[in-house]
Write a protein that binds this ligand. Sequence first.
Ligand SMILES: [Fe+2]
Length: 182
Amino acid sequence: MSPNNHKQHLYPTRIDMPAETRSQIVGLLNATLATTLDLKTQVKQAHWNVKGMDFYQLHLLFDEMATELEDYVDTVAERVTALGGLAVGTARTAAADSILPEFPFDILDGKEYVTALADRYAPYAKHLRVAIDKTGELGDADTADLYTEISRTIDKRLWFLEAHLQAAATTTASATPEKVAL
Ligand SMILES: [Fe+2]
């Protein structure tokens, strides 16, 4: 049986939210759980394998980001169970249900790793922002707040990642004679 069949499973609960609403939110949270687990393993992949002169600072940064995602995995899973749902968060379900592509294995230096992670943090950030609106529309301010907290952190991490790439772009642009004249 596919683990997807369990994604909207609901246990009886005294929580004052309609089962239909809880079912929709549990489905959304389980998609977030799969994606967050997947992203955490991809950030660890980067933590272990990044090379180059920026190795150590990126190695530490990626570990900090992975630890943060691990906390969110637990927060999201426990919101599922608080709503009476079944948290679906094994490695197999994460691989099957994540919205992200697999991490590239043929990259080497820091810039390539930072780019690969930015390319995955951006769709994850978009997923979280959509989830804030959906859970708000469903009247679940608590889950919307949980998504808002994660979203704010992920936007900040996307900034951290892109700051490495934007610096190179700015240097190149300002080095042209036209830019200097301005
Ligand atoms: Fe480590």
